[in-house]
Write a protein of this length. Structure first.
Length: 131
């Protein structure tokens, strides 16, 4: 998973923001089509992948996604809830898992950054200046 995230970060840096938004938009449209065409209930893993992407687009403050992408992501979440996850408790459970996972990773990153700052204050100052 970390390897895939690193690859995506490299693709984003090379492609630039506008092309990255096009890729995210294509993925969201694929998810909407997939949900619409497939009649069998998804596994929780499939639901997690779709929800992670949509939740990142709708709630992530670090990346400024265009409003039209946010609307598409919200529509995909609504379609997912309506068509696949008829059980409200199951939907809320998966959604909570996605959001708590994001919070856990955010906390881990902050702790790691602070540990790096203690080990090498000069490097931490350079990183801070780059932002």
């Amino acid at each position: 998973h970390t390897e895939m995230t690193t690859k995506m970060e490299r693709v984003v840096k090379r492609a630039g923001a506008s092309q990255f938004n096009t890729h995210v938009g294509s993925a969201l449209k694929y998810f909407a089509g997939f949900i619409s065409l497939v009649d069998f209930p998804p596994t929780d893993d499939t639901t997690l992948v779709i929800m992670r992407t949509c939740c990142r687009v709708t709630t992530d403050q670090s990346i400024q996604y265009p409003e039209d992408l946010k609307l598409v992501a919200e529509e995909v979440l609504a379609l997912l809830r309506e068509k696949w996850v008829r059980d409200e408790d199951r939907y809320n459970g998966v959604y909570q898992e996605v959001m708590s996972g994001r919070q856990h990773k955010r906390t881990e990153r902050k702790v790691h950054e602070k540990q790096l700052a203690v080990r090498d204050p000069q490097a931490a100052a350079r990183r801070k200046l780059r932002r």
